[in-house]
Design a protein around this ligand. Structure first.
Ligand SMILES: Nc1ncnc2c1ncn2[C@@H]1O[C@H](COP(=O)(O)OP(=O)(O)O)[C@@H](O)[C@H]1O
Ligand SMILES: [Mg+2]
Length: 287
């Protein structure tokens, strides 16, 4: 459903915490490969700056991976719903993108539209819903992210976290078959984070015949493991581990085990038990 093969990305002359800028630019993705099957639910996890948002933007064709002068991705490819996002026909790419809902890290709402108009615009352009159905979805989703009162407000009147919640509601509004969320809970309080995770989960559960593919990018280990069994872990522009997190937390490389456990071992034992942590891990860290 989503497939990246050997994707590299160099930003011209950028500097980052990954190292000093090099002549010819900074390679922020150094050959990223992974594949999501239809209906799969996956967390893309890694520290800030490791390249998650860049991966997501490339997956939906918003930015281009490195190419040869002839326009080829060297030994690599990006496909979404079986469509090549960089060589496929424009009509095919448009068709597949109509099935995608993406919530960006920064909300990415239309500034000149109210919250209500932002959601309606997405539904009018990407769904066959009737006005009455749209109204119902709008009320349900805004209520869900606790923003019913903001319907008539413009993005500049909302805080960053509120804008992100509207962005999430908008991504869910079109009932997409591929839904992608970039840092959906960053900066939100635990209660709102849980509400948002549950809404994303419900989205996955509420589509019987046509399985929905869900991808959440986050730097928060707890969010990642609560969201999905399969975790793709990135570090400095590469996929450093990919698999069921219960396995990675016990048997991954030292860096992988450390990254996955360091945020969890300070948690209250009862709470940790609720996260389905492996028995062996609980014993090792809580005694
Ligand atoms: N448009 C850009 N121009 C230059 N550098 C960028 C750009 N976008 C991202 N970067 C750099 O690429 C690296 C990866 O960024 P990003 O994909 O946003 O990471 P993450 O989402 O994991 O925090 C960072 O060092 C960031 O500064
Ligand atoms: Mg990011």
């Amino acid at each position: 459903m989503i497939s990246l093969k050997s994707v590299k990305k160099t930003f011209p002359g950028s500097t980052s915490r990954m190292g000093p800028a090099q002549t010819g630019g900074m390679e922020v993705l150094k050959g990223v490969s992974f594949e999501l099957q239809p209906g799969e639910r996956v967390s893309l996890l890694g520290p800030g700056g490791c390249g998650k948002s860049t991966v997501l933007k490339i997956a939906v064709g918003l930015i281009s991976p490195d190419k040869t002068p002839a326009g080829e991705i060297p030994r690599g490819s990006v496909t979404l719903g079986n469509i090549d996002m960089f060589h496929g026909a424009k009509v095919d790419r448009r068709r597949v993108l109509r099935q995608v809902g993406m919530a960006f890290q920064q909300g990415a709402l239309f500034d000149f539209m109210t919250v209500r108009e932002n959601l309606l615009f997405a539904m009018e352009n990407m769904t066959e819903l009737t006005p009455a159905e749209m109204e119902k979805v709008l009320k349900g989703l805004l209520g869900g992210v606790k923003l019913g009162h903001t319907e008539g407000m413009f993005p500049y009147e909302l805080s960053g976290g509120m804008q992100r919640r509207v962005g999430i509601a908008r991504a869910l509004a079109t009932s997409p078959s591929i839904a992608i969320f970039d840092e959906p809970t960053a900066g939100l309080d635990p209660v709102t984070s849980t509400i948002i995770l549950n809404m994303i989960h419900e989205l996955g559960a509420s589509r019987g015949d046509n399985p929905r593919t869900l991808l959440v990018a986050t730097s928060n280990v707890e969010i990642a493991i609560r969201f999905a069994d399969r975790v793709i872990l990135m570090h400095e522009g590469v996929v450093i581990a990919d698999g069921p997190w219960q396995e990675l937390i016990l048997h991954g490389s030292e860096w992988v085990r450390h990254f996955l456990s360091v945020r969890l071992i300070g948690l209250d034992l009862d709470y940790a038990r609720g996260l389905n942590l492996p028995q062996e891990f609980l014993k090792a860290h809580w005694g």
